[in-house]
Every structure is written in structure tokens, then in C-alpha cells.
Design a protein around this ligand. Structure first.
Ligand code: HEM
Length: 154
């Protein structure tokens, strides 16, 4: 791919349109720390994450980079979420739905509503895509199961 096209994939609309950024890096770090705090102590997700994540500082930094790339258009994240999740044993719709419920609880409490809405929308799209990819990687002949829509925060 030509260099100019690669650059286009990472442009920051707010620098061109001169609009303020959606949020700060501190807002993102807060979101990530609050969300994974809930995940770690959750009865369903806690054991899954605590069994796989051995360095939480590193994980929180990596996920802050991910959300910075998504919400601010920065280039810091260089991971591969699909193969990373496809390689995990025993993921299920219930786990993805719980992940989304906790993320929804976290974003519901954010004072920055545009950031909260953008983050939730992206989380829903990513969860659906990762869950589709996961199912296809296991048995592409089976019909794809959908995630149930998130219920209001509780
Ligand atoms: C069932 C739900 C999920 C579970 C159990 C899960 C679990 C995990 C775990 C354990 C890791 C760390 C892997 C490692 O360090 O080797 C990870 C990485 C990651 N997760 Fe998830 N995750 C889930 C859903 C999601 C969703 C919905 C998103 C996006 C909105 C997401 C984004 C990421 C990203 C960006 C990484 C880093 C990937 C990389 O560095 O290549 N995860 N996840």
C-alpha cells in the first residue's frame, strides 16, 4: 500500500476540522482502569482475565493505547485483537455479554457523554466482530449466534 494511503488511515479529523478532541488521555486511562477494576472482581470474567493476564500494568497500558487509537486517532496501539481472542479457549456469548454489560456500566457513569457514547458504540461493534470471528474460527459451517442486546446498567 502506498505510504500516503497508510497515513490516511490514521488521520485525526479534529486536526483538520479544528474541533476539540473527544477526550484526554487521562480520561481514557480512567475509563480503562475503572472498567478493568470491575472485570477483575467479576464472578464470570474475573477468573478468565486473572488466568491470562500476568502483568496488569502492561495490560492497562496496552488497552489505554487501544482506546487512544480508537477515540483520538493516535497510532500507539499495534496489537492484533482478532487472533489474540480467537486463540483463547472457552470464550462464549455469555462472556462477551458480561464484558459489554460492565463496559456499559462504566461508560454510563462518565460525565463526558460524547466520549461515553463513542466508546460504547465501538465496544459493541468490536464485541460483535470478535464473537463472529471466534465462532467462525471454531466451526464455520454453523450459523452465527448473535449477542443479546445489552440491558440497562445495573
Ligand atoms: C469475552 C470477552 C473478552 C474477554 C474474555 C477478553 C479477554 C482478553 C484478555 C485475557 C486479553 C489479554 C491477552 C493477553 O495478554 O495475552 C485481551 C486483550 C485485548 N482485548 Fe479483550 N477480551 C474480551 C473482549 C474484548 C472486547 C469486546 C474488546 C474491544 C472492544 C477487547 C479488546 C482487547 C484488546 C485491544 C486487547 C489487546 C490485544 C493485543 O494486544 O493484540 N476485548 N482480552
Amino acid at each position: 500500500m502506498a505510504r500516503s494511503k497508510i497515513a490516511c488511515l490514521h488521520f485525526r479529523p479534529e486536526t483538520i476540522l479544528d474541533t476539540p478532541p473527544l477526550c484526554t488521555e487521562d480520561d481514557i486511562r480512567d475509563l480503562v482502569e475503572t472498567f478493568y477494576g470491575k472485570v477483575r472482581s467479576d464472578a464470570l470474567l474475573g477468573p478468565v482475565f486473572n488466568g491470562m493476564v500476568h502483568d496488569w500494568d502492561e495490560h492497562l497500558t496496552r488497552l489505554s493505547d487501544f482506546w487512544s487509537a480508537v477515540l483520538l486517532g493516535t497510532r500507539r496501539f499495534a496489537g492484533m485483537p482478532m487472533p489474540t481472542h480467537v486463540a483463547m479457549p472457552n470464550l462464549s456469548a455469555a462472556l462477551f455479554e458480561r464484558w459489554l454489560a460492565l463496559f456499559g456500566q462504566t461508560t454510563a457513569a462518565l460525565p463526558n457523554r460524547p466520549m461515553a457514547d463513542a466508546a460504547m458504540q465501538m465496544a459493541q461493534r468490536m464485541a460483535r466482530s470478535l464473537w463472529y470471528g471466534y465462532q467462525l474460527s471454531r466451526d464455520p459451517s454453523l450459523p452465527l449466534a448473535e449477542l443479546r442486546p445489552a440491558t440497562p446498567p445495573h
